[in-house]
Design a protein around this ligand. Structure first.
Ligand SMILES: NC(=O)C[C@H](N)C(=O)O
Length: 570
């Protein structure tokens, strides 16, 4: 995007071309040119953006505005003469301004900004009352900004993160597209628990239905038994009249009229009977919630992973991936967990652990290289403000082969470290889920490189992993990168060269062993029963990747609208 915008070609007209779909010149296409915009001096430009800082100068004869429109980290300085409008209204931070003007060489040619815009006309002002605007120009902490998620995208940090996030998403699609993978949209509402951890948010209309009914009943109470009896009596009377008229051989018109009345009486009776059956509260059957009455006529949840569903497409289309929001109702208050996060999940048919590791390594390297090639300005901002080493880290990860060790070897390395005096808070022994201090030791101290740990104990992994021939470990892997543990790559893998019945019997026993109900997984077993294929894949927590890239500490700052226990703003 940077290059496209920066390369907007100039024609002979003396106005810098505006964006194709909005009525202004993106500031990036001026300031991000290789010459910083100096080749545009003398040209006219219409720009619009939000004032970062503004001040009046020369006894209020004019104002300087630092304008940013989000197209790049850099601002454009605008000079507005007092004759053009109310300068007091233009200078507050956060004000939206659109101006026509002429580009001039910046008076300080050695500075960062090569050009400034001399306004000739102010076309629009979206004013801000500085006494009320919650984001004044003083430096605000990221924590403070979390209370203003609707406005925080106007800050340098959050807008840089937004551009980096976009770049990583675009790179993700580019990488998989280039490899011939299809992007598959897996459902957000699901009826199976992929990880079997019971951390799912339930999707139900039972509560709102119950509330609606309660409200309605308050205004319009249920019919009593006496009301129903009375209505029955009316039906009986109307029925008697019909019989009498018929036996008295009354006219057809009279009989028809009485039959109509009978029909109406029957209808009101059945409505009353129906209504009298309504029970306030959540519908129950055999002492349990009756989900037959729920929206989907069964229990449904927000997905924790699109993996199982994407496997069904891999079993027909080969290489596929899903990239969407996933949800975990985990009561975690850490800086690494969100209740709603995005996950990139490729799934590859005719592939095994080695292919999966190769794919993961190539993908992570591609992302790092992409940021270096396409987002350097924002990465420089991150290096300057948050994490000096972040650019070097991207360079290192994009160019260094990842170390690969088995879980068992990793535990041996950690045990050796303990013997040599290294202290860990969590005990090291075969069978533990590695804690982040262990992972950091491996990647930051021992190898100082990205590390892929594979073949984990089966007890600590999900049911869909292939059990290795040692019967103790499963073909699973995690990719660890220095500084931040970014992602958990799991490999799911059907048993190789074993007959389909055996595979499904085996999976059934595993699902049961994990205490999961079988019914929601029957369709998944079909993938093994019919045309089973060796396949593998992984899940990359997208926000973890952004944390790794930017060096930011808290995952709540790298997703536009963070959801975590107690918070779901907007
Ligand atoms: N697609 C994957 O392998 C991701 C895995 N299901 C997880 O949630 O961690």
């Amino acid at each position: 995007m940077r290059d496209q915008l920066a390369a907007v070609s100039l024609n002979d007209a003396d106005e810098v071309p505006r964006a194709q779909f909005s009525d202004r010149v993106p500031i990036r296409s001026i300031v991000s040119r290789p010459d910083g915009g100096s080749g545009l001096v003398g040209r006219k430009a219409r720009v619009g953006g939000w004032v970062k800082t503004g001040r009046k100068a020369d006894k209020d004869a004019f104002a300087f505005l630092e304008l940013n429109d989000g197209s790049s980290a850099a601002n454009l300085q605008i000079i507005v003469d007092a004759s053009l409008g109310d300068l007091g209204q233009l200078v507050p931070t956060g004000t939206c301004v659109v101006v026509d003007g002429e580009l001039k060489a910046h008076p300080n040619p050695k500075g960062k900004q090569k050009v400034e815009l001399r306004a000739q006309k102010v076309l629009h002002v979206g004013p801000v009352d500085p006494a009320k605007y919650p984001l004044p120009k003083t430096r605000l902490t990221l924590e403070f900004l979390r209370d203003f998620v609707h406005l925080r995208s106007r800050t340098n940090t959050i807008s840089a993160v937004a551009r980096i996030r976009h770049a990583l998403a675009y790179a993700t699609h580019t990488f998989f597209h280039n490899q011939g993978f299809l992007y598959v949209h897996t459902p957000i509402i699901t009826t199976s628990d992929c990880e079997g951890a019971g951390e799912m948010f339930q999707v139900t209309t039972l509560l709102s239905e119950a509330e609606k009914l309660e409200k309605e009943l308050a205004q319009n109470p249920l019919p009593t038994q006496a009301d129903v009896e009375a209505a029955r009596l009316v039906v009986k009377e109307k029925g008697d009249i019909v019989s009498q008229l018929k036996s008295a051989k009354a006219s057809k018109a009279e009989v028809n009229a009485s039959v109509d009345e009978l029909k109406q009486a029957k209808e009101s009776l059945s409505k009353l009977e129906e209504r009298s059956k309504l029970k306030p509260g959540i519908p129950q059957k055999d002492g349990k919630v009756d989900y037959n009455n729920d929206f989907f006529a069964r229990q449904a949840f927000l997905t924790v992973s699109g993996q199982l569903q994407v496997e069904s497409y891999a079993s027909a289309l080969g290489g596929v991936y899903t990239f969407g929001p996933t949800f975990r109702a985990e009561n975690s208050h850490t800086s690494r967990h969100l209740a709603e996060f995005w996950m990139v999940e490729p799934e590859i048919a005719f592939a095994e652990l080695k292919d999966d590791m190769n794919c993961a390594e190539a993908y992570v390297k591609f992302l790092c290289k992409w940021l270096l090639d396409n987002c350097l300005e924002d990465m420089e901002f991150m290096a300057d403000k948050f994490d000096k080493g972040c650019i070097d880290r991207l360079k290192m990860v994009s160019s260094t082969p990842f170390v690969r060790v088995t879980y068992t070897e990793a535990v041996e390395i950690l045990e050796e470290a303990v013997k040599n005096g290294k202290k860990f808070e969590n005990e090291v022994k075969w069978g533990i889920d590695l804690a982040s201090e262990h992972e950091r030791y491996l990647t930051e101290v021992k190898f100082q490189k990205p590390v892929i740990v594979y073949n984990y104990p089966k007890e600590i992994k999900a049911f869909y992993m292939r059990v290795n021939d040692d019967s103790k470990t499963v073909a699973a892997m995690d990719v660890l990168v220095p500084k931040v543990w970014i992602c958990r790559f799991d490999l799911e893998h059907c048993l190789q060269y074993v007959d389909a019945d055996e595979i499904s019997r085996y999976l059934v026993s595993l699902i049961k062993e994990m205490g999961l109900p079988l019914e929601p997984y029957e369709w998944y077993l079909d993938l093994r029963r019919y045309g089973t294929v060796k396949h593998s894949g992984f899940g990359l927590g997208f926000e973890r990747m952004i944390l790794f890239a930017t060096g930011l500490e808290n995952i709540r700052d790298v997703i536009p609208f963070p959801r975590y226990p107690g918070r779901a703003d907007l």
